[in-house]
Design a protein around this ligand. Structure first.
Ligand SMILES: C[S@@+](CC[C@H](N)C(=O)[O-])C[C@H]1O[C@@H](n2cnc3c(N)ncnc32)[C@H](O)[C@@H]1O
Length: 201
C-alpha cells in the first residue's frame, strides 16, 4: 500500500536538500509566486512559525531592510536571523495583545497555525477555526492599510462564514490549495489582499 505520509516524499526531500526544516515552505512559495505577497522592506507577522520554514523564506524575501516577527508556542528549529524576532507565545492567551511588539503595523500577516490533531474530525476542524479566527482578529488589529493576510484553513462547518467575514475586510480574497498540501487533507489557504480598515462585512 502506498504510504501517503512518507517521510521521503518529493517536498520533504527537497526541503532537506534546500536547508528548510519543513516541507511547508513550498506551500508558501507557490502562494507567493501566484499572489505576490512580499516585497523588500516589508514588515511581516508570522503566526505559528515553528519550526521555521516560512520564516526563512519570508526573511529572505523582505531582505535586511524588512523585518519578520515570528510567534509560536514551540521553539524554532533554525539559526537566528538578523531581520527576525521570535516570541514564544500562545495566540489564544488572554494577554496576547500585551507588550510593545504588536503596537507596530505590518504589511503582511501569515498564519500557518494548526492545532494538535485529536483524530476527531469535527473537533480538529473547530480547533483550527479558533486559531484562524484569532489570526484574523490579530491581522485586523496590526495590518497596515492595503496589507495582505494569508491563513491556513481546514474545510468544515464554519468555513464559509469565516471566508465571508474575511471578505468584509479585504479588497480581494481567494481560496487556494498549493500542490504541497497532502492528498486527502482538508487543508487550504485563504489569501486576502488589500486590507481596508473601514470596510464592513
Ligand atoms: C504546520 S506548523 C507551522 C509550520 C511553519 N509555517 C513552518 O513553515 O515551519 C503549525 C504551528 O502552529 C503552532 N500553533 C498551534 N497552536 C498555536 C497557538 N495557540 N499559538 C501559537 N502557535 C500555535 C504549532 O505549535 C505549530 O508549530
Amino acid at each position: 500500500m502506498k504510504r501517503e505520509f512518507s517521510k521521503n516524499d518529493f517536498f520533504t526531500q527537497k526541503a532537506k536538500e534546500e536547508g528548510y526544516p519543513a516541507r511547508s515552505v513550498y506551500k508558501l512559495q507557490e502562494i507567493d509566486e501566484k499572489f505576490k505577497l512580499f516585497q523588500k522592506g516589508f514588515f511581516v507577522l508570522d503566526l505559528g512559525a515553528a519550526p521555521g520554514s516560512w520564516l526563512l523564506y519570508i526573511a529572505n524575501k523582505v531582505s535586511m531592510t524588512g523585518k519578520v516577527v515570528a510567534m509560536d508556542i514551540l521553539d524554532l528549529n533554525i539559526k537566528p536571523l538578523n531581520n527576525t524576532v521570535f516570541i514564544k507565545k500562545d495566540v489564544l492567551a488572554d494577554d496576547f495583545f500585551d507588550g510593545p511588539l504588536l503596537n507596530q503595523s505590518f504589511n503582511v500577516v501569515v498564519s500557518d497555525m494548526a492545532p494538535n490533531t485529536t483524530g476527531l474530525l469535527e473537533l480538529d476542524v473547530a480547533n483550527c477555526l479558533e486559531l484562524t479566527q484569532k489570526a484574523l482578529e490579530i491581522a485586523i488589529k496590526v495590518l497596515a492599510k492595503s496589507g495582505n493576510f494569508v491563513c491556513k484553513i481546514f474545510e468544515g462547518p464554519g468555513t464559509d462564514n469565516f471566508v465571508k467575514e474575511v471578505k468584509g475586510h479585504f479588497q480581494m480574497i481567494k481560496r487556494y490549495r498549493p500542490r504541497a498540501v497532502r492528498r486527502g487533507s482538508k487543508e487550504f489557504y485563504l489569501i486576502a489582499k488589500g486590507f481596508s480598515p473601514q470596510r464592513k462585512s
